[in-house]
Design a protein around this ligand. Sequence first.
Ligand SMILES: Nc1ncnc2c1ncn2[C@@H]1O[C@H](COP(=O)(O)OP(=O)(O)OP(=O)(O)O)[C@@H](O)[C@H]1O
Ligand SMILES: [Mg+2]
Length: 252
Amino acid sequence: MAEMTTDIETGTAARAEDLHREYGRGTATVRALRGVSVAFEPGTLTAVMGPSGSGKTTLLHCLAGMDRPTRGSVWWGGTEVSRLPERRLAELRRSRVGFVFQAFNLMPAMTVAQNVELPGRLAGRRPDRGRVTDALARVGLTGRERHRPGQLSGGQQQRVAIARALVSRPQVIFADEPTGALDRTTSHEILALLRAGVEQDGRTCVMVTHDPVATGYADRVLLLADGRVVDELDRPTAAQVGERLSRLGASA
Ligand SMILES: Nc1ncnc2c1ncn2[C@@H]1O[C@H](COP(=O)(O)OP(=O)(O)OP(=O)(O)O)[C@@H](O)[C@H]1O
Ligand SMILES: [Mg+2]
């Protein structure tokens, strides 16, 4: 069971209030987020969709404490993370959130087990073999501990990345197009894994995706356009999502 720290007042695992993120200055300014307010309930999976450049990755990075909003606030449970000093933020991030990338971001020279242990090592903790074994078992990679990422398929590499995100037993997992580099069958396996964490452990998952089929695993779909949330759909069908996306001019 993941350690649950929810905001007592709002009951949310994570939330953002009036987030703005601008890049650059003057006439070159890009307004990637323009006033996003959103809350994530514990034990839910939210898919974030929208056209390329609509601000999905920027939103995820701000929510995960990997980027600082220009204005507005981010909360994990009752803690306002957007105000924390860098060191404290890094510490809290390692224990409270996990991040999964489209390109897996594994260390090629390290074994599977070493990759999974890495966040703990960076946090100055001694590797906990039990936790590593447990995380790898959850993603179906028991017995692959000593292999290197290059000896695994794309889907297996993404499983290692999910095990790495799970090993600290975070409350929230953020995933940016986790199935973007995978075929359809493997994508379903990865989505089912993320869903299982939500069902079995009450974890919260926020996932950016371009695939309307991925929304079958989501409780809710947020649609972004031009740095704003323009729609929110509860348990929509893939057809409904596809239709809304095509109206937003997405290529999905
Ligand atoms: N570091 C940066 N410096 C300048 N502009 C940036 C930076 N990061 C993002 N942007 C701009 O902010 C806007 C939103 O980018 P973001 O990566 O969040 O979009 P996205 O919705 O994730 O797109 P995609 O679906 O293509 O991944 C884009 O116009 C992008 O060019
Ligand atoms: Mg992106």
